[in-house]
Structure formats: structure tokens, C-alpha cells
Design a protein around this ligand. Structure first.
Ligand SMILES: [Fe+2]
Ligand SMILES: [Fe+2]
Length: 325
């Protein structure tokens, strides 16, 4: 503790006292022989010294300073001036954003999926475009599973309100992708009979876990997932360059536009403005989780490329898998 006395020490009739807000407070339990020593200790409590340093400067034992400090702390007459170990949540978020950006550039932005889509659009198999929509459908279909656990976030009323508003705005977005897929002849029933790629499911499950047990970290992922408008737009642009029909592309573009108009990409920053400070250990944990999250997110796109660029069937039908097992 680095105590700062909230008052002025003074000997009143030989008794150590503290004048605070015009009122004298008697320091009890200090015998007359140590009264002057107590005043020296109280004077040294200027918010710049530790208890041991105060003891040295007042030429007394640390135990005496300790007992005096804790007694004063108990009644609110000292303030601890230690540099707070916790940092403002928004400040931590900026650090996490920097980390996430560099990881995105190292991994996702140059993985097989994005490399092919951005640089070799004309030769990318059509099934990769369709597969991306299918996995995106599976992801959005499960969005309520991983958004819902964070709805009752207790640490901030404002953040809770923003999360609930977002939940409402996100509801039913899988339907837009379904609309695009229906242009390929894929029905709701078809999709109900399919399973996502393991990488898609891993991303959904990790987000659901974080929303339930690490909601602050979960909030930090939303900006990346929703800011994926950047990547979604690249996907839509690639769809158009490849000449995919408007019936397929338009509903997917409509979803990207909702994200953009709702400013979902900046939701994380809005949430973090209202979050409590985060301590040093919490920051380290969030940095580690950011690495895992980007790995999972990278796996999502890489998984799409690996599965759909081959000769696998477009729909991973549950009924076929059940028959085969
Ligand atoms: Fe959405
Ligand atoms: Fe969104």
C-alpha cells in the first residue's frame, strides 16, 4: 500500500489527531510517548511512499506504521495511491485489435481460400463460392447459440443493452443466406439434413464457450466477426467477378449491408467503452485467447477451401453419414 492521509495531522493536547474536512479525529491507542512519532508517520503518508519507506523516514518500526495505516484505512482516512494494475477496457481493446490485425495479416488474409479468391478468382471452383455460403449459413443459423449466453452480462447495464440490441438485429440473418442458396435449388429441408464442417462447428462452439464463461473476451471477437464485412465484401466482389447470378449474390450482399448500416463492425468498441477495467493477468489471457480465436477463424476459411475445392459433395448430408456409419 502507498497511503495518502486524507487530512492534516496535528497534536491536540498532546494527542495525535487528524483534521479532516474541518473535523478532528483522534488517533486512539497511541501512548503518549509515541505521540510525536505518530505525527511523523502521518506526515509521511503523502501518497509517495510505501509503509516500509514511511517507517524509515519516521525512524520507527514498520509494524507500527502498518497498524496505524490499517486502522486509518478501516475508517477511510487513507487512500491507496498504488498505480492501478487494471487498465481501461477500451485501452486493452486497442492492444488486442493490433494483435488481431497482425495475426489476420499473417494467417487469414493469405490462407489458401483468400489467396485463391482474391488472386485466382476465375479458376476458383464454383463449389467453393457455394460452400462458403453454406458454411456461413451454418454459422449464422447457430449465432443465437453463441450470442445468447452473453445477453445477461451483469457488469455493465449499457453493455448489456447494446448486446441485447445487437442480438435483435442479428436474428434471422441465416434466412438471407438461405435465400441465396435457394437460387441453387437448395432448400431449408436440405440444409436441415446437413452438418457443418468441423472447423465451422469448432468456431461456433468456441464462441459459445467464451460467451458463457469469458463474455468480455467474447465481446472482443464481435468486431472481427462483424467487421468481416471487409472479407464478406471481398467474397461478394469475387462472386461478381466470377459471374455468379444475382439471385445468389444479392441476398448475401443484403446481409453485408445490414452489418454495415448497423455499424456492427464497431460494436466491440461501443461495448468496451462501458466495461470495467481489466487487470494485467486478464490482458494476458485475452491476448492468448485472441491467438486461438484467429486460428479458429483461419481454420473456418481454410476448412472451406480444403473441403469444397475438391470433388466432395456440396451438401454433407446427415442421412448419408448415418447410412455410412
Ligand atoms: Fe448478421
Ligand atoms: Fe451483423
Amino acid at each position: 500500500m502507498i497511503p495518502r492521509l486524507l487530512g492534516t495531522p496535528k497534536l491536540v493536547d498532546g494527542v495525535p489527531s487528524i483534521i479532516s474536512a474541518g473535523h478532528p479525529f483522534v488517533v486512539e491507542g497511541v501512548d503518549a510517548r509515541r505521540a510525536k512519532k505518530a505525527i511523523a508517520v502521518l506526515r509521511a503518508m503523502d501518497g509517495t511512499r510505501t509503509v516500509d519507506q514511511i517507517a524509515r523516514s519516521a525512524r520507527t518500526e514498520a509494524a507500527f506504521v502498518h497498524s496505524l495505516t490499517s486502522a486509518l484505512d478501516h475508517v477511510g482516512l487513507v487512500r491507496d495511491e498504488r498505480t492501478p494494475e487494471a487498465r481501461a477496457a477500451l485501452d486493452v481493446l486497442f492492444e488486442l485489435e493490433d494483435l488481431a490485425n497482425s495475426l489476420l495479416y499473417e494467417s487469414i488474409y493469405r490462407n489458401a481460400f483468400w489467396h485463391a479468391l482474391l488472386n485466382e478468382t476465375d479458376t476458383v471452383p464454383l463449389q467453393v463460392f457455394h460452400g462458403m455460403a453454406i458454411e456461413n449459413y451454418h454459422f449464422l443459423f447457430r449465432e443465437s447459440y453463441f450470442d445468447a449466453p452473453a445477453l445477461n452480462f451483469p457488469a455493465s447495464t449499457r453493455a448489456r443493452g447494446l448486446m441485447n440490441q445487437f442480438y435483435g438485429e442479428e436474428y434471422g440473418h441465416d434466412e438471407l443466406i438461405l435465400k441465396g442458396l435457394s437460387s441453387l435449388g437448395i432448400t431449408r429441408e436440405d440444409l436441415a439434413d446437413t452438418i457443418p464442417l468441423p472447423q465451422t462447428m469448432a468456431l461456433c462452439n468456441a464462441l459459445a464457450f467464451w460467451a458463457r464463461y469469458e463474455p468480455v473476451f467474447f465481446f472482443s471477437t464481435l468486431g472481427i466477426l462483424e467487421g468481416k464485412d471487409i472479407t464478406i465484401d471481398s467474397y461478394i466482389d469475387a462472386c461478381e467477378r466470377r459471374g455468379l447470378p444475382a439471385g445468389f449474390v444479392a441476398p448475401i450482399r443484403a446481409h453485408a449491408n445490414i452489418n454495415m448500416e448497423g455499424e456492427h463492425g464497431s460494436l466491440t468498441r461501443a461495448l468496451f467503452e462501458h466495461l470495467p477495467p481489466i487487470d494485467a493477468r486478464g490482458v494476458l489471457q485475452m491476448r492468448a485467447r485472441t491467438r486461438l480465436f484467429i486460428q479458429l477463424y483461419d481454420g473456418f476459411y481454410t476448412g472451406i477451401w480444403n473441403y469444397y475445392s475438391g470433388s466432395n459433395s456440396l451438401l454433407r448430408r446427415l442421412s448419408t453419414l448415418v447410412d455410412a456409419s
